[in-house]
Unconditional design. Structure first.
Length: 483
């Protein structure tokens, strides 16, 4: 249901027919995701997930050689781009610097040239990125990859949290299962095929939180997944209203930035561990947080590099850009793909859990999460400053012009305005002279895709400018009345 006309038809249906349509669509997906090939892939990945790190590296190197040969001989873009390179010398992960890095804009401008020759485009599965930073990308998967990817998700993401596909769950994602102008419940739809309640992330508020909680109690999911910002907002509203905590087995979040205040709200209301995870529609890398709170790379998804701007390898503890090479896509291989996120290899790689695979830390959001000074300088990697105060539930930098931005703060338990002043001082201590205004809000706006962003540059997102102006103006008016 990805195209506009289908969603228009869907939104005109009564709820009972919408849920019937979801059941039919889920039945179709179930055959693709969990049908032929799923059990075998799950067994293979379970073995790999628990194998010694050296065994995983050897598996990666074998897959890398196959992927590179495919790209060089059958994918038009790589064949042309690598014509003067010794691509056959790429035998292991350490040889990848022989090949150039690939950025999103190049992929966006040449999507079809990245598809292997001899493959009918109509036979492929299409994944679209959210487009939260601009135009969406279309990623083509062979349909045989679907059961592999979902088997890997089951083994590496769900199972470590003690949950699985067969358990009833609730999803808080970016699909518009409910029309945007809906003003009364239900703000969710029930997918009987998967025993999944899909909640709208766009309608959660203090007014509607009671309806959401009542639905959770009615449908009794055993675990939650989706955007951390949406689940945290619901938990915070429920706690403020004095609602009785609602125990879950686990909450697994992904897709946007999970701040400490969000994690605390989720864990307090749902009385379970909140696991952070990392992945993307391009399906080139994956990571999952263990119960010890450390983010482990999933080797079967792809090979990670963490690089400086000049392409050299970062030392442990040094933050750099994540560059990944996918190992599962035999139709549209993405090699040395610049994801646009920052992270660092943990200096301490041992972990109290039984996961032997590498650990990343300081996952700092997107490369484009930066402020622009009046003189054109760019300041990124500000998430550490934004996460410091435990009394701030969430915070965002909204820049409307070079040299000026708003520090939007959503207060948490025990908040004092001095906490926001301290965060501002920390940011300014990093970037120097900059006009940064504090604005306290009951709720921080999200992207049209329902994601929370640490930095929003409104001069590049004109469709959001009026929304932010209105929100900031209302907050300023409320502050003046309170004063």
């Amino acid at each position: 249901m990805s195209t506009d006309w289908k969603m228009m038809v869907y939104h005109r249906l009564p709820v009972v027919l919408q849920e019937s349509a979801l059941w039919l669509y889920a039945s179709y997906l179930n055959r693709l995701y969990y049908g032929h090939g799923f059990a075998a892939a799950r067994g293979q990945f379970a073995t790999l997930q628990h194998a010694p790190a050296q065994s995983a590296t050897e598996w990666q190197d074998r897959r890398l050689r196959a992927v590179v040969q495919l790209a060089a001989t059958r994918v038009p873009y790589y064949r042309k781009c690598w014509a003067d390179l010794d691509w056959r010398a790429v035998r292991r992960a350490g040889d990848l610097p022989i090949l150039p890095r690939l950025d999103k804009q190049t992929l966006r401008q040449n999507e079809i040239s990245f598809i292997a020759e001899g493959v009918a485009q109509k036979s492929l599965w299409r994944e679209k990125t959210s487009g939260s930073t601009g135009t969406a990308l279309t990623i083509y998967w062979p349909k045989t990859m679907l059961p592999q990817w979902w088997a890997l998700t089951e083994v590496a993401i769900r199972n470590p949290a003690g949950v699985g596909q067969e358990m009833p769950r609730a999803m808080f994602g970016g699909r518009s299962v409910v029309a945007g102008d809906t003003s009364r419940p239900p703000y969710w739809r029930y997918n009987r095929r998967w025993r999944q309640v899909y909640f709208s992330s766009y309608h959660i508020s203090r007014v509607t939180a009671g309806d959401y909680i009542a639905a959770l109690r009615r449908y009794q999911p055993q675990w939650l997944t989706g955007y951390g910002s949406a689940i945290a907002l619901l938990a915070e509203c429920a706690l403020e209203a004095g609602a009785t905590p609602l125990p879950m087995r686990a909450v697994i979040v992904s897709g946007d930035t999970l701040l400490p205040g969000m994690r605390r709200s989720i864990e307090k209301f749902f009385t379970c561990h909140c696991f952070d995870s990392y992945g993307q529609c391009e399906a080139v890398s994956m990571a999952m947080e263990c119960r010890a709170g450390r983010l482990h790379v999933v080797p079967a998804a792809g090979i990670w590099e963490i690089l400086r701007e000049d392409g050299s390898t970062c030392r442990p503890g040094e933050v750099g850009e994540i560059v990944s090479t996918g190992l599962l896509n035999d139709v549209m291989p993405l090699i040395r793909y610049r994801l646009g996120d920052y992270a660092a290899w943990a200096e301490e790689q041992s972990c109290s859990c039984d996961n032997p695979h590498p650990i990343i830390t300081r996952l700092e959001g997107r490369v484009d999460d930066y402020l622009v000074a009046a003189d054109g300088r760019r300041f990124g990697r500000l998430s550490t400053a934004m996460k410091q105060s435990p009394t701030i539930h969430s915070a965002q930098l909204a820049q409307d012009r070079p040299g000026h931005a708003y520090l939007l703060v959503r207060p948490g338990s025990g908040y004092d305005r001095r906490d926001a002043v301290a965060v501002r001082a920390d940011v300014l201590g990093r970037i120097g002279r900059f006009d940064l205004e504090i604005v306290e809000l009951a709720e921080i706006p999200k992207t049209p895709q329902g994601k929370f962003r640490l930095v929003v540059r409104l001069d590049e997102r004109p469709e959001l400018m009026q929304l932010y102006r209105d929100v900031i103006a209302r907050a300023a008016g409320a502050w003046e009345q309170a004063a």
